[in-house]
Design a protein around this ligand. Structure first.
Ligand code: ADP
Ligand code: MG
Length: 272
């Protein structure tokens, strides 16, 4: 039986609502399906015509679809925690260019395929900033990936052993934003360094890469081993780059000290 004939036979045998629900499901229009009765009642009450009624249903579907995409992007990014920049205290780190961060949140650097390097000692909020920028990119509907340098190298080596390196490399190259956290914490093996270099190389001018590191550039040779490889890598990474200077005392330590101080010294005056 042809598709049209099959639809025709269903129309004859099933109540229209059952069929409509079935077709909306087939067409993947869940918000349409959920809302059409309620919206019809509202339209009847306010005397709205059918175009306005359909328009509202279509808009609801679009908005929900966008929201579902964002949620999918956030899940796919594999953030260790979902943090936004709304909870970031810029006053705690005067060395950080707040205007630049706010500009990066808008995401134009991703369209321009530019990179970001957050550089500074431990506890200064580098991961928080990376998570915030990653979340902002997901909210624009972009494909984002979050990983640490050590985990990425591990994953690449495993993929190579299992003969699926090309597939993984293609997936990584297709991300609009790849965040590589904690570069420089552990020195890399020769193979590890080469595999990581390939990731940077394949993303060069194709997508944005955000790196957080505690190591100034002149010490990168220590992690990558070879001076030639490090030079080539830095050349690609820093060709179009925004550098976030994050020099401050550790936020965690400062907060802990503050807490201890206020515990030892109960606040004077009218504080409860
Ligand atoms: P890093 O990656 O530089 O070691 P993190 O981003 O992991 O630092 O920061 C350590 C902890 O302190 C995290 O829980 C982070 O959310 C918090 N933190 C750091 N800096 C700030 C800040 N300026 N405002 C709010 N929270 C911060
Ligand atoms: Mg970190």
């Amino acid at each position: 039986m042809s598709e049209a004939a099959s639809i025709q036979s269903k129309v004859e045998t099933k109540p229209p609502k059952v069929l409509l629900d079935h077709y909306l499901k087939t067409l993947r229009l869940p918000s349409f399906k959920r809302e059409y009765e309620k919206q019809a009642q509202l339209a009847a009450k306010s005397g709205e015509d059918h175009v306005k009624y359909l328009l509202r249903l279509t808009e609801l579907e679009l908005i929900d679809r966008e929201q579902r995409l964002i949620e999918r992007r956030i899940r796919a990014a594999k953030f260790p925690a979902v943090k936004s920049l709304d909870t970031f205290d810029f006053k705690a780190i005067p060395s950080l260019n707040k205007m630049l961060v706010q500009d990066l949140v808008r995401g134009d650097y991703i369209d321009r395929r530019e990179n970001v390097i957050a550089l500074g000692p431990s506890g200064t909020g580098k991961t928080h900033i990376a998570l915030g920028l990653g979340l902002a990119a997901c909210q624009k509907g972009l494909a984002v990936g979050f990983t640490t340098a050590a985990a990425l190298v591990h994953e690449l080596m495993e993929a190579r052993d299992e003969k699926r390196l090309l597939r993984l490399q293609r997936q990584l190259a297709n991300l609009k934003l790849l965040i590589i956290d904690e570069l420089g914490f552990v020195p890399l093996s020769k193979t590890g360094a080469e595999l990581l270099f390939e990731v940077f190389s394949q993303r060069y001018e194709r997508g944005s890469t955000l790196v957080t590191t505690n190591l100034p550039f002149d010490e990168w040779t220590e992690i990558f081993g070879s001076e030639r490889l490090t030079g080539a890598l830095l050349d690609r990474l820093t060709h179009h780059v925004h550098i976030l200077e994050m020099n401050a005392d550790s936020y965690r330590l400062t907060q802990a000290k503050k807490k201890r101080r206020s515990a030892a010294q109960p606040p004077a005056g009218n504080g409860a």
